[in-house]
Design a protein around this ligand. Structure first.
Ligand SMILES: Cc1cc2nc3c(=O)[nH]c(=O)nc-3n(C[C@H](O)[C@H](O)[C@H](O)COP(=O)(O)OP(=O)(O)OC[C@H]3O[C@@H](n4cnc5c(N)ncnc54)[C@H](O)[C@@H]3O)c2cc1C
Ligand SMILES: *[C@@H]1O[C@H](CO)[C@@H](O)[C@H](O)[C@H]1NC(C)=O
Ligand SMILES: *[C@@H]1O[C@H](CO)[C@@H](O)[C@H](O)[C@H]1NC(C)=O
Ligand SMILES: *[C@@H]1O[C@H](CO)[C@@H](O)[C@H](O)[C@H]1NC(C)=O
Length: 534
């Protein structure tokens, strides 16, 4: 015990002084060779996809196992003054949620360095064909989970639009895409988790075992523990996807059709689409945005010919999965479903592709944007859950109002989900109504002289959108929420705040974990050497 304490002090000295005067031969709780203060590691961990905030950690851990993480958190928990610990999935947050300036960032997904250090020891995803599930490391990227499970003809059921996100990162938020209406969000498709709590204890949890921790962690914004393993539900993987886009100029017709399509979820015997999303086209330029490779030269869109009269258009995006055995009937099935819809007749765009290519579609757009230097730019994204009954107000006030017909760079997604697929015991919050929409303003700030694409302009628009909703009494909930005061967080969680803070007291009483979310005050003042978001 004494030697263990000594080691704890040693690791704290390393981290708190960062001077790194510690004798490198001194073993530090067994994670010494995985702790790095390398400039590249620190720089990487201080940034995220949003490129809006920056906080340098004191060190970065490349874990080789869940036990490594438990050792580090334990050291943080029992030492004084202690330090914070933030798991970083793939760093795809917008507002510094995985950053910390007075502690250690754990690189869950690793870069090349991570692989050379700790992560090389981690197991690949383990597929159980019989039980139809897969056990994955918390830092595994969804693309790697997909590739692995496809080897067995299986695949997870519920997705995000983009697959270069970590399992632990999306499960800490929700994980949504066009399958959520049918299967629920990703947090509704998890059987079991291994979690390192803020006390440094490693627990297995599920609906049956340690269920309080299980529900707390799902959608828990990293506040209660670090997910080191997840057991994810699988289904037989479809082989191909029929992918269709149709346009609307009438918003109420558009949303009525979307709601009609998601209402088919309940009946296992009725035909339904497998994916239902949509996006808003506020200006014609948007059709050439980062997801529009779909409208290829073979599929040209002449908006002017559609008769939108310069107004806003809405694109419904739907898919139907199939495989060789059902290839004969796919045309009829799709046709029958399309008969339900009231889109602009001349506006049907169809593509057909392998399942993995459909799921990995955003990565193709990423590569194109990277090539043009348009990926590593600030992303002032705003994601809102809007109650169905107020969508017409959002159309008028936001799509046709605040966003006007400004040139924008980046998609504006809009699709409905059914609350019945969301487990109310989890930490995530949704609006009160049965059906709510995701409204996602996923815009990039560009420094190209266009005022309406500047970071300042877009940030200001986001504030206007939030203020509009507030003034109009539209009870939206932010998805991937970002607030800076506890008052705002209390408001966000509403009825769930008491439970959320009680769970915090139980599982991370010293407020060590994921302080970048800025929900609970950090346990100690930040050191003077770094600029703190606080
Ligand atoms: C291009 C792009 C497309 C996206 N598309 C979608 C989409 O379609 N649907 C959707 O739902 N989301 C989407 N997202 C958002 C994404 O789900 C979030 O960014 C999420 O945070 C996952 O990213 P990450 O794995 O990099 O996590 P990070 O940003 O690294 O971490 C997010 C938070 O989770 C915590 N965390 C990370 N790993 C763990 C862990 N193992 N255990 C506990 N806490 C952890 C962190 O401390 C942090 O607070 C998208 C993001 C981008 C950039
Ligand atoms: C949109 O369609 C609805 C009926 O579905 C109709 O009442 C309304 O007038 C239409 N709006 C416009 C602008 O055409
Ligand atoms: C939402 O789900 C509930 C429960 O299955 C169902 O009764 C309701 O009709 C659904 N609503 C829609 C629009 O799908
Ligand atoms: C952007 O849209 C708003 C709202 O319609 C409008 O008032 C403003 O003039 C537009 N700005 C530019 C530069 O187009």
């Amino acid at each position: 015990m004494t030697s263990k304490l000594l080691l704890t002090f040693a690791i704290c000295r390393l981290i708190v002084t960062v001077g790194l005067t510690v004798d490198p031969s001194e073993p530090l709780l067994g994670v010494d060779d995985q702790l790095s203060v390398d400039q590249f590691d620190v720089e990487t961990a201080s940034l995220d996809f949003g490129l809006l905030t920056r906080a340098e950690p004191m060190a970065v851990l490349h874990p080789g196992s869940a036990e490594d993480i438990a050792r580090l958190v334990r050291a943080a928990y029992i030492s004084s003054p202690g330090f914070t610990v933030s798991a970083r999935g793939h760093g795809h947050s917008i507002n510094g949620q995985a950053q910390t300036s007075n502690g250690v960032v754990i690189e869950m997904s690793g870069g090349s360095k991570g692989r050379r250090l700790g992560l090389r020891k981690l197991d690949k995803p383990q597929v159980s064909i019989k039980e139809k599930h897969v056990d994955v490391w918390g830092g595994e990227l969804w693309i790697d989970v997909l590739r692995r499970t496809l080897e067995h003809g299986l695949a997870p059921k519920s997705w995000t639009d983009y697959l270069y996100l970590s399992v632990g990162g999306t499960l800490s938020n929700g994980g949504i895409s066009g399958q959520a209406f049918n299967h629920g969000p990703q947090i509704s498709n998890v059987y079991e988790l291994d979690v390192v709590t803020g006390k440094g204890e490693l627990w297995t949890c599920s609906e049956e075992e340690n269920s309080e921790l299980f529900h707390a962690v799902l959608g828990g914004l990293g506040q209660f523990g670090i997910i080191t393993r997840a057991r994810i539900a699988l289904e037989p993987a479809p082989q191909r996807v029929r992918w269709i886009r149709v346009l609307y100029s009438n918003f109420s017709t558009f949303t009525r059709d979307q709601e009609d399509l998601i209402s088919l979820h309940g009946n296992p015997y009725s035909q339904k689409f497998d994916y239902v999303e949509g996006f808003v086209i506020v200006d014609e330029g948007l059709i050439n945005n980062w997801r529009s490779s779909f409208f290829s030269p073979r599929n040209p869109v002449k908006i002017s010919s559609i008769g939108a009269n310069g107004g806003v258009l809405y694109c419904l995006e739907i898919t139907k999965n199939y495989d060789e055995a059902t290839a004969d009937t796919i045309d009829q099935e799709v046709e029958a479903l399309m008969k339900r819809l009231n889109f602009i007749p001349s506006s049907v765009f169809t593509t057909d592709l392998p399942y993995i290519d459909f799921l990995d579609r955003v990565h193709k757009a990423e590569l194109k944007l990277r090539a043009k230097g348009l990926w590593e730019v600030p992303h002032p994204w705003l994601n809102l859950f809007v109650p169905k009954s107020r969508m017409a107000d959002v159309d008028r006030g936001v799509f046709k109002g605040i966003l006007g017909n400004n040139k924008t760079s980046g998609p504006i997604l809009i699709y409905p989900m059914n609350k019945s697929k969301w487990d109310q015991r989890s930490s995530v919050v949704t609006p009160d109504e049965d059906v709510f929409y995701l409204v996602a303003l996923l815009r990039s700030a560009l420094d190209n002289g266009e005022e309406t694409q500047s970071l300042e302009y877009l940030t200001n628009q986001n504030h206007k959108v939030l203020r509009f909703c507030d003034d109009a009494g539209i009870k939206v909930k932010q998805y991937l929420p970002h607030y800076t005061t506890q008052e705002e967080w209390r408001d966000h969680f509403g009825d769930k705040w008491d439970q959320f803070s009680r769970r915090k007291m139980e599982f991370d009483p010293r407020h060590i974990l994921a302080t970048g979310q800025r929900i609970f005050n950090p346990p100690f003042p930040p050191p003077t050497r770094t600029v703190s978001p606080w």
